[in-house]
Design a protein around this ligand. Structure first.
Ligand code: RB5
Length: 153
């Protein structure tokens, strides 16, 4: 398993903790975020991780900024990305099982590192269920690909 991780300047410490936590599980982690506390624009990391996930360079991505919002919005602009901001492990698990998320995001100013670890664990241990959920995930792709949704007419 290979994971890309990205962050902005407010999430350097949490990024380092989560990176080490994942590596201790034997996961290869590629850090494309900043390692400095100097101001850093989160779309840069969001975009880099998203491109690596969408291009198949890594299996999954983890993004962390102050709230997780800006960095996940940036990632979601890349075709094929389903990034979700989570502040709780239940949402993280269901986002994988039902929505087939390929990037998880959270906020270093919102949750603590132990919650972040639980979120990552639940997310990684869950599997996409497909079946009835595939219809809806396909509809998300239809919107992305065509800027249109036939079922909404
Ligand atoms: C940086 O101040 C902050 O805006 C950023 O980390 C993030 O919370 C944006 O969504």
């Amino acid at each position: 398993m290979k994971i890309a991780i990205g962050n902005d300047h407010v999430a350097v410490d949490m990024k380092n903790e989560i990176k080490a936590y994942l590596e201790a599980k034997g996961i290869e982690v590629i850090n494309v975020g900043t390692d400095s506390s100097d101001r850093f624009n989160y779309p840069v990391s969001g975009y880099k991780v998203a491109k690596m996930v969408a291009g198949g360079e890594v299996d999954l991505g983890v993004l962390i900024c102050g709230t997780g919002v800006g960095i996940s919005l940036s990632a979601n602009k890349v075709k094929g990305i389903r990034a979700c901001v989570c502040s709780d492990p239940y949402t993280a698990k269901l986002s994988r099982q039902h929505n087939n998320t390929n990037i998880i995001a959270f906020g270093a100013r919102v949750i603590g590192v132990e919650t972040a670890k639980m979120i990552v664990d639940e997310w990684l241990n869950a599997s996409y269920e497909g079946g009835r959920h595939q219809v809806r995930v396909d509809m998300i792709s239809e919107i992305e690909n065509t800027q249109h949704l036939n079922a909404a007419e």
